[in-house]
Write a protein that binds this ligand. Sequence first.
Ligand code: TXA
Ligand code: MG
Length: 321
Amino acid sequence: MAEIGTDIQKAAQLLKTGKLVAIPTETVYGLAGNAFNEDTVIRIFEAKDRPQFDPLIVHSSSTQWIKEHVSEIPPLAQKLMNDFCPGPLTLVLPKKTIIPDIVTSGLDSVAVRVPSHPMTQELLKLLDFPLAAPSANPFGYVSPTTAKHVNDQLGDKIDYILDGGPTTVGLESTIIGFEDGKAIVYRLGGLSIDVIEDSIGKVEVALNQSSDPKAPGMLKSHYSPGKPLYFGNPGQLISDFEGKRIGFLGFMTPLEFLPPDRQLLLSPHGDLQEAAINLFAFLRQMETFPVDVILAEELPDIGLGKAINDRLRRAATITKT
Ligand code: TXA
Ligand code: MG
């Protein structure tokens, strides 16, 4: 198991010697290493068992630093950076050669982000290099929102876990790229589309659902909670599972005919932000329930509900909405 602590200096020293450190961000915990050190970056892929065709996000302390790593910032990207950095937003921009190809899986673009978590902000300011950091979970599994989640799964592969408490957003960052002067959302996440559109006007959403290893970005099957998960309308799903032990991950209202100790509600008073914070921890908890299948209810398709539904759809074996 890894050492868990709050020693930012220690985390910085380890990172300076090429070691891996799990870091808190406002979205999810990241598995961080020096983005300029190719050996370290390779060890990030290995620790996660992540294929090297799936590129990493580069984290910096300020948008000023981002300018060192990208060759162009289109006006829409600049506006988004002004409005939402630091925060749960990642921008895909043309890369400078200082970013090693291994970080971007050979793409000529790099995903950049300024996390707002105060501990990670302080850590980044102690370093003269940016941090490459994917979510700190084994490839294809649910992202970690606490230090314990990281330790449970990757504890024997990393040198230190910087504990910044439970994350306050709970979903990974929203990823946006720019094509022909237009902003395209590649991944729904902690910054909702309506908030983005208030800043830069209408955006296109082109979620990459491909299972083609050559395609960058989101792979189709992801966020697996380790038990069969069925997503959609509980009334329609339930008929398929007679005789099976069912766990229910609902939004506000429990299912009357199931034992209460096999149900978790993401937000009993219907707050989508609270639901986002609880989502990944509850998926992990459901895995430990004495149930055969997890039924996950579709949330209202508005605001953060869109990103939550996206994660549940990716976690699902079967969808019936
Ligand atoms: O909130 C987050 O974004 C967290 C925290 C730790 O920052 N990180 C995170 O990283 O979710 P990861 O590696 O789990 O997801 C990054 C996604 C991947 O789907 C990857 O394919 C995509 O970003 N990505 C990275 N570079 C890209 C690029 N140049 N073009 C398109 N997609 C890219
Ligand atoms: Mg991830």
